[in-house]
Design a protein around this ligand. Sequence first.
Ligand code: ZN
Length: 165
Amino acid sequence: MTQSRPIAPGVPLPTLQPRPAPLRGDLTGCPWHDVKEKLREVGLRPTRQRMALGWILFAKGDRHVTAEMLFEEATHAKVPVSLATVYNTLHQFTEVGLLRQVAVDGSKAYFDTNNTEHHHFFIEDQNDLMDIPASDVVVGKPPIPPEGYEIARIDVVVRLRRKQG
Ligand SMILES: [Zn+2]
């Protein structure tokens, strides 16, 4: 059942944790320093690997990366990390709110360096994500979550394909 759904409001598994305060105000313009500061603020120890991966991730502004993409960039930048470490780091960053995971389909997890509220276009034949401002999407009546859960957030993925003809 992997039929594409035109609109897939993926309500992620509720991992209820306090949302970190917006971090964007305190940036100094020095990426290395900013990464250290970001990690400190969310309580992650700034290890070499986290620093290096964070620097590669966040120095280029808002973007969407997969673990494979980041691994490739790290390899290029001669940062000695394994793909497993890249995965772990991306998940750690996501858990503390530095990244947002975008669920496009089962096979690929995209991580978004823009951790503010927004939605996505997914261009199917290019495997590419584009941001949609939160204000451009009106989410209708949200479903009632199961007993004991609350909705952490609603992600809308609007899947695009080229017009035929
Ligand atoms: Zn995004």
